[in-house]
Design a protein around this ligand. Structure first.
Ligand SMILES: NC(=O)c1ccc[n+]([C@@H]2O[C@H](COP(=O)([O-])OP(=O)(O)OC[C@H]3O[C@@H](n4cnc5c(N)ncnc54)[C@H](O)[C@@H]3O)[C@@H](O)[C@H]2O)c1
Length: 276
């Protein structure tokens, strides 16, 4: 078999949660291009459908399902629907995550004043409800796959060394890394080596959520924070969403059959650079 065939995802079914988002959408398109049938699962059905259309227009196979990770029944219903309509789940990308200004320190809100419910919400969005619970629901269907299966969590640079201000997001992404390693070991020891668990850790990607922090709206020049990021990124640019697709396809594919429990930084060298 040619080495390139090992990366081919024909015949596999991939579920991408938050697949209607900017990064999840690019990952979903990459998986579709590699041959997988891609289920775009998102709380916003319209956004999921847009990504599914993009994949179909490019000649791939995709469908959109509505799913809210805060509602276990809706995750179970989505998993059931995928099993009934496509017969298996081979790849799960846990893409749900994000921050809230309410869980961020700033001139108006010190660390000491951050409300507990804001901290909990961000932690739940990125870890408990965003990753752990969907994994419980989907992975049960993936355990029996004869040809193996792959779970890929979306972590962040914050997981290795926390960035300033975003206290709960950093802690929750660190939990995602820890859980990725824990579950890789647990599944291999308790259920055998076929269901693998890994993560990707995107560096800095310009998205609608962070553009106002990183680019001066009037001049188009980097803000102080944006400049710091770029000067600490040896490749000297922000990531493009498509930069995440190749590593995800690799982790999803048979080419990574002996790879479990790793977190792959996709960051233009940010995490390798000491700043000197
Ligand atoms: N943007 C970055 O620079 C960056 C960097 C590192 C890591 N990440 C991580 O990448 C992932 C995707 O980020 P993004 O920038 O593409 O986000 P995004 O805001 O573009 O997309 C998020 C998607 O999640 C969906 N969503 C929100 N709540 C949901 C819920 N309860 N149930 C199901 N779907 C829900 C939204 O509808 C949206 O389509 C997140 O885990 C994020 O933390 C992003």
């Amino acid at each position: 078999m040619s080495i390139l065939n090992e990366f081919n995802l024909e015949g596999k079914v991939a579920v991408v949660t938050a697949g209607g988002g900017i990064l999840g959408g690019a990952i979903a398109c990459g998986l579709g291009e590699a041959g997988a049938t891609v289920v775009i699962a998102d709380i916003q059905l319209e956004k999921a459908a847009e990504v599914a259309d993009r994949i179909s227009e490019a000649g791939g196979k995709a469908l959109a399902v509505v799913m809210d990770v805060f509602d276990r029944e809706s995750i179970e219903a989505a998993a059931q629907y995928v099993m009934e309509s496509l017969g298996s789940i081979d790849i799960l990308v846990n893409g749900v995550g994000g921050n809230s200004p309410k869980a961020t320190t700033n001139a108006e809100q010190s660390f000491f004043d951050i409300p507990a419910d804001a901290i909990k919400w961000v932690s739940d969005l990125n870890f408990v409800h965003g990753v752990l619970i969907p994994t419980q629901v989907f992975a049960k269907h993936m355990l029996s796959n004869e040809d193996g299966a792959s779970i890929i969590n979306i972590s962040s640079m914050n997981a290795f060394r926390p960035l300033t201000r975003i206290v709960s997001y950093s802690a929750a992404k660190a939990a995602v890394n820890n859980f990725t390693q824990w579950l890789a070991v647990h599944l291999a020891q308790e259920y055998g080596p076929k269901l693998r668990v890994n993560a990707i850790a995107p560096g800095f990607f310009l998205t609608d959520q962070n553009r106002y922090l990183l680019v001066d709206a009037e001049t188009g020049q980097p803000t102080a924070r944006g400049g710091q990021i770029l000067s600490h990124t040896p490749q000297g640019r922000y990531g493009a969403p498509e930069d995440l697709a190749g590593a995800t396809v690799f982790l999803a594919s048979d080419a990574a059959r002996f790879v479990t429990g790793i977190i792959v930084p996709i960051d233009g060298g940010f995490s390798a650079y000491s700043g000197v």
